[in-house]
Design a binder for this molecule. Structure first.
Ligand SMILES: O=C(O)CCC(=O)C(=O)O
Ligand SMILES: [Fe+2]
Length: 462
């Protein structure tokens, strides 16, 4: 595959005082790529790929995306239910779906219960994950296609699926399978403004999932790697085990590996609805939040996953760090999504695409206003093997760079020379061993972040 060389007017360096919204290179238009848009053509797709390549490999890995299916009613619907949940339900209602009650790390976390870099984050939130119903629907559909007449059996299996996994001694060893499970949704009864929340979350999540697949396909083109190479990791359809089979035969594989293979792809994602109370707002203080004047909405971090799709309300606070350590404002733009790369993409691309370091600051100037945000974090599938792209696979990109003008080369050096890696994740916990399942990385991350869940369900293994 040949890679298009970015045009020289694609200056991508933000000045320290700039707002990301003012920089054309950080404003990508999804309609150029969108396969469902009748006016997208090969030429518009190429333009999208070129912009994505610049944003990913020269820029900060943080950009706006307009014209996605996440605009309009779909977005309004979810935000209005999110506001209703935070504003109209009691703390008692909220705590009835507390994450500490879920062995699958789903549910509500109160203000001050979460830390980044050793400081409490002043926000509360509900964490959702890959919806169990969606997962079962897809498995049923897959079986229905292959062996019609089995649907009934699958429905019966629905109830016992997880306990069945636990009774398989090989699968039981794979603690990360506990990450598959149901979400905790707030009760919509008695809260007319909450009605439709569950459906809205499921719809949003499924729409995001498809959008991430599309962005990953575009990224494959942008990096000049084989089509499907990254999508397979994302979806858990990697062919590594087949390679293993050819080399050593299945009998030589670890038996737990053979057992997990039988389960098929195990997609994984996390999604949150978040509220950042305004600074010094006594009504949202609870016992956990001993520092209501703290300006930390969420401390500096890189997202640990693949690609994050973030929808924000119109209160300021999000900032991204450039490679010199300056913080750049990422203001809300109506209807647009903020997209950023996570550490698994950084790992897969050997750092050529860097995960963006970002934070949310509670500003004095937005004193009386509550900020809401809805991030969707995609991850490799739990059963994916993380095989970083080889030098050979990255050669087209490296060749392109060696041909590109001086300016581009300076920019690339800048990204590494002064880059400050801010992460509260122990390095060894971030990446699975080359031949291990991604599920272990996801598991370690959640175990580290949610001690109450570990205390309640996993004392023996935590
Ligand atoms: O709320 C936001 O705008 C960003 C949240 C975020 O970065 C995160 O939860 O990882
Ligand atoms: Fe983040």
């Amino acid at each position: 595959m040949t890679i298009q060389i970015p045009s020289s007017d694609q200056g991508i360096k933000p000045s320290p005082t700039a707002s990301l919204a003012d920089l054309a290179d950080y404003r990508l238009d999804y309609s150029l790529w969108d396969p469902s848009n009748p006016s997208s053509t090969e030429e518009t797709r190429r333009r999208f790929v070129n912009s994505l390549r610049s944003a990913a490999t020269l820029g900060l890995g943080f950009f706006y995306l307009s014209n996605t299916p996440l605009e309009g009613d779909r977005r309004r619907h979810l935000f209005s239910r999110t506001r209703a949940f935070f504003q109209e339900t009691s703390l008692e209602d909220k705590l009835s779906i507390e994450m500490a009650r879920s062995r699958h790390f789903r549910g509500y976390t109160a203000v001050g219960d979460e830390m980044t870099l050793g400081r409490k984050d002043e926000r509360d939130q509900i964490d959702f994950g890959y919806d169990l119903d969606t997962y079962l629907d897809r498995r049923r559909a897959a079986v229905g296609r292959e062996e019609s007449g089995q649907k009934q059996e699958w429905e019966e299996e629905e109830e016992s699926l997880i306990s069945e996994w636990r009774s398989d001694p090989e699968l039981e060893k794979l603690s990360f399978l506990n990450l598959v499970g149901p979400n905790q949704y707030p009760s919509e009864e008695g809260h007319p403004n909450l009605v439709g929340f569950k459906d809205s979350v499921r719809d949003w999540s499924t729409t995001c999932e498809e959008l991430v697949v599309q962005l990953t396909k575009a990224l494959e083109e942008a990096l000049g790697v084989e089509s499907g190479r990254l999508v397979r990791t994302l979806k858990g359809e990697d062919d590594q085990d087949q390679v293993g089979d050819r080399v050593g035969g299945e009998s030589e594989l670890d038996p737990s590996r053979t057992a997990i293979k039988r389960l098929g792809p195990l997609p994984f994602c996390r999604m949150k609805v978040i509220r950042y109370p305004p600074i010094s707002d006594p009504t949202t203080t609870n016992n956990n939040s001993n520092n209501n004047d703290s300006d930390q909405g969420v401390g500096p971090h890189k997202d640990s996953g693949w690609i994050t799709l973030l929808a924000t309300s119109d209160v300021a606070g999000l900032e991204v760090q450039d490679f010199k350590g300056n913080w750049i404002d990422v203001p809300h733009i109506d209807g647009e999504m903020v997209v950023n790369f996570g550490q698994q993409i950084e790992y897969q691309t050997r750092g050529l695409v860097q995960a963006a370091c970002h934070r949310v600051v509670r500003r004095q100037d937005s004193k009386s206003r509550t900020r809401y945000s809805i991030p969707y974090f995609s991850f490799p599938a739990l059963n994916a093997k993380l095989r970083p792209l080889s030098e050979k696979e990255l050669k087209p990109l490296l060749d392109l760079w060696s041909e590109t003008e001086e300016e581009g080369n300076h920019q690339r050096e800048d990204r590494h020379r002064e880059g400050i890696i801010v992460s509260d994740v122990p390095k060894g916990d971030l990446y699975a061993d080359a031949d291990d399942h991604f599920g272990w990385v996801a598991w370690k991350g959640l175990v580290r972040s949610h001690p109450k869940v570990v205390e309640n369900f996993y004392r023996a293994i935590g």
